[in-house]
Design a protein around this ligand. Structure first.
Ligand code: MG
Length: 415
């Protein structure tokens, strides 16, 4: 995970001809889960392979193109898939591996442009307008991305390039597997109009039936249907799909901001000297932070402690962990040792805060830190807390220690 991402190189030229204004790219891995599994099972390349659970009610998560030839599709019940394609090899999913490869893919995208809108584990929109001078025209960037992903990760990606997100997404679907399709802006409408209405975002199976009943089958049919008619048939979606049918989709590529840290802090009603009170508050903050991290599916590599003294002077101390964590107990213990590391405090404390930083997606290769083997127990106890809290609201269950009053008057003794 720490190898440097190879820098993309290209011949910088101004866009011209087909590439003009086509700076939106949709990049999507082909049969992603299967492709990642086949890295460990090269003997299965070229054979029908399905990734999914083996239980009675499992569904297909991903199917190789060889299995798709038999009609196997994602989200189909595994039982049906096995009936359609009894010779398929079924592999159980390894989500950590997918996340690991996924974060690498996103890093590679990040070398092209900061404008990356991740849609799922294996696909994203990129706006490459700012990269043309450095990397060349969009088609060259797309091919370079495909080559980089293939060489570095051993899997294939398909790329759609267009003037809008919607058309770029259609293009990548049509380019699959292992292809690239660019739809020039001035050919967009012509291209769209040849497609089935179901190509439009917002036209699912049911909408398609509604439209078919009045003879609207292609995007061209829909484009030439008056908006009021579409409104009557489809409600507010009517205008939207009409716009799409004319290639109009003003939505920009919007990078999804990843939270870089999650934390909590507490200002005491009156300044505090007691270690005991500070520890209790830290434990509470650790639980609050860990619950948020777990619900965001994140783990932290760094824990930081913030103290504000009675005179408003503020200091922070942080500690980098060897393994990412999302357990309140580990956050608490780390913060508590940071507090101890400060030694004798010069005056009482007005505010205390705890923050989990250097967040990464949970479930990477990383496992919970195992200090004398008890942390797994902490973690599963906290998972149980999360479950109960989801059912009964977040006041449902707290460690016994936190059931004491939140704020206590400043203690007389010095810590
Ligand atoms: Mg995909």
């Amino acid at each position: 995970m720490s190898d440097p991402v190879p820098t993309m190189r290209g011949v910088g030229t101004e866009p011209s001809g087909e590439d003009r204004d086509c700076t939106i790219m949709h990049v999507d891995m082909d049969a992603f889960y299967v492709s990642v599994e086949l890295l460990q099972r090269p003997d299965l390349v070229g054979r029908p392979v399905i990734v999914g659970g083996l239980g009675g009610r499992s569904v297909v998560l991903s199917a190789s193109y060889e299995a798709r030839r038999f009609g196997v599709r994602s989200a189909m019940p595994m039982a049906s898939a096995r009936r359609m394609c009894p010779q398929a090899v079924v592999l159980e999913p390894h989500h950590e591996a997918y996340r690991r490869v996924s974060s690498r893919i996103m890093e590679i995208f990040g070398t092209v442009t900061p404008l990356v809108e991740q849609l799922s584990v294996d696909e994203a929109f990129l706006d490459v307008a700012g990269a043309l001078r450095r990397l060349g025209p969009p088609r060259a960037i797309g091919e370079q991305l495909r080559a980089t992903i293939r060489q570095e990760l051993g899997i294939t990606a398909s790329v759609g390039i267009a003037a809008t997100k919607f058309v770029a997404k259609i293009a990548s679907t049509r380019a699959k597997p292992d292809g690239l399709l660019l739809i020039p802006r001035d050919r967009t409408v012509e291209y769209l109009h040849g497609l089935d209405v179901s190509a439009l975002w917002g036209v699912g199976e049911r909408t398609r039936e509604v439209l078919a009943r009045v003879g609207i089958r292609t995007v061209a049919d829909l484009a030439h249907t008056p908006v009021p008619t579409l409104r009557r048939l489809l409600g507010s979606t009517g205008l939207h799909v009409h716009e799409l049918a004319w290639g109009r989709d003003p939505r920009p590529v919007t990078p999804v901001r990843q939270e870089k840290s999650i934390g909590a802090e507490e200002t005491f009603a009156s300044d505090v000297d007691s270690d005991d009170v500070l520890h209790t508050e830290l434990l509470r903050l650790a639980h609050r932070t860990a619950t948020r991290m777990r619900s965001a599916g994140m783990q932290a590599r760094t824990v930081s402690l913030k103290l504000r003294y009675a005179d408003f002077s503020t200091l922070t101390r942080s500690h980098r962990l060897t393994e990412p964590v999302d357990s309140a107990q580990l956050l608490y213990e780390t913060a508590r040792s940071l507090l101890a590391g400060l030694g004798r405090r010069p005056m009482s404390v007005r505010l205390i805060g705890l923050r989990a930083e250097n967040l990464e997606e949970a479930g990477g290769a990383a496992q919970q830190l195992t200090l004398d083997g008890r942390d797994d127990n902490w973690r599963s106890a906290e998972d149980a807390l999360d479950r109960v809290n989801r059912r009964f609201g977040d006041k449902g269950v707290m460690p016994a220690r936190l059931l004491r009053p939140a704020r206590r008057p400043p203690a007389a003794q010095d810590g």
